[in-house]
Write a protein that binds this ligand. Structure first.
Ligand code: NAD
Length: 382
């Protein structure tokens, strides 16, 4: 087995999710490569050491540049807030390191272009953690669409709804609340939540050509945790857009952190001439399917429990027995497995930086359209 030495930068929510993926992957998948948790980089040495001990990293660095310079690191995992993705990725490419980068790829399209250029010039394997593609029910949706079971697609609808920023006293910025600070996040729900919906949509239904959007910032000023001052809020709290896909279908997307009662309700529905599909993150192991060719008196939505093995359901051969589902964390295990398999085959691991740039362009067009009161914006293509 070949060791692949991982260096992780940032040890928050995604640092944990990815570490779990690296630690578990060889238990479930037969692979040529084995990730070895070599080092984690974070600014606070003591906290980094606690994280390293808990998840099995051999060493810590307090400067991410040092981690990238290390000869014993093969692949760098970028788990920091969005404003650091570009600088770290460019340094990794220059050092010839493979890169697994969190989403969104970058703060905006132009930054993303630089990153794509750098990794492609350096020829380093790269992937972006749009992990919902790796949920078996979502991968099954992709298979059903590619098999032509839906026929011509008319509609694509997606929502990503949360409710955790309604409190106007919540500050912005700093360690826990960087998502509310435009300087660290780039945008609000557009880059944070809609980016997931857009990546899945492009994967399932092809490129988006035009968008019309509106956004709102419900709480206009919040205290900034780093400056201690009340500052203007620069992110979008809610973002809604409709669009036209290249295949002629229409799309409708909504995302907000102000939908009281919803914690992480990511749903999508696709309506084709022959069949429709629905998926819901809260019930992530199920795919709802309606097939018009079913006999009339039995025709109805069916709920597929995506847990069969024997090749019936994607990824599930690697887990338990039919009927036993897997969860959120396994989307990261599956993503690591895909990355290692691609490495062994010498093929790209989608979504690559270039794939993720396509999503970045849609996000840019959405924010631009919203600024122009919903005027139509053409989407640039990667
Ligand atoms: N794929 C997904 O579903 C998903 C989910 C959540 C977050 N994300 C993405 O993952 C990234 C991180 O988000 P998170 O939720 O883990 O955030 P987090 O706040 O939980 O963790 C961020 C980490 O980055 C570290 N960090 C910040 N500045 C640093 C620096 N200069 N040097 C080294 N470390 C630094 C912080 O200390 C922290 O450990 C973001 O890009 C976010 O959009 C993706």
């Amino acid at each position: 087995m070949i060791n692949l030495n991982i260096g992780m930068i940032g040890y928050g929510f995604m640092g944990r999710a990815h570490s779990n993926g690296y630690n578990r992957v060889n238990n479930f998948f037969d692979l040529e490569y084995r990730p070895v948790l070599k080092a984690v980089a974070a600014r606070d040495k003591e906290k980094a050491r606690q994280f390293a001990d808990k998840w099995g990293y051999e060493s810590v660095e307090t400067d991410w540049r040092k981690l990238i310079e290390r000869k014993d690191i093969d692949a760098v995992d970028i788990c920091t807030p969005n404003n650091l993705h570009k600088e770290i990725a460019l340094a990794c490419a220059a050092a010839g390191k493979m890169i697994l980068c969190e989403k969104p790829l970058s703060m905006n399209g132009p930054e993303g272009e630089e990153m794509v250029k750098a990794v492609e010039k350096a020829g380093v394997p790269n992937t972006v953690w749009y992990n919902y593609r790796k949920v078996p029910a979502v991968t099954l949706a992709k298979q059903l669409i590619d098999e032509g079971r839906l026929g011509k697609i008319f509609h694509y609808r997606a929502n990503f709804l949360q409710d955790w920023t309604i409190n106007a006293d919540l500050p912005q910025g700093g360690a826990a609340l960087w998502r509310l600070d435009a300087a660290a996040a780039g945008s609000g729900v557009t880059g944070d939540l809609l980016a997931h919906c857009i990546d899945t949509a492009i994967w399932l239904n092809g490129n988006i050509n035009t968008v019309n959007a509106t956004t709102e910032t419900f709480v206009k000023e919040r205290k900034h945790q780093l400056t201690g001052k009340v500052e203007k809020v620069g992110i979008d709290d809610a973002s809604i857009f409709f669009c036209r896909f290249g295949n002629g279908s229409l799309g409708l997307f909504e995302s907000t952190r102000y939908a009281r009662g919803h914690k992480a309700l990511y749903t999508f529905e696709i309506n084709g001439e022959k069949a429709s599909i629905k998926w819901d993150l809260h019930d992530l192991h199920r795919l709802e399917y309606f097939d018009y060719k079913d006999e009339g008196k039995l025709r109805a939505w069916r709920s597929i429990h995506v847990t069969d093995n024997g090749g019936e359901h994607p990824y599930m051969d690697h887990y338990w027995v039919p009927g036993l589902q897997i969860g959120y964390e396994h989307s990261f295990v599956n993503h690591v497995a895909d990355f290692l398999e691609s490495l062994a085959k010498g093929t790209p691991c989608p979504p690559t930086f270039r794939d993720a740039l396509e999503t970045q362009y849609v996000c840019d067009a959405v924010l631009d359209s919203a600024k122009a009161n919903g005027m139509t914006r053409e989407v640039k293509h990667a």
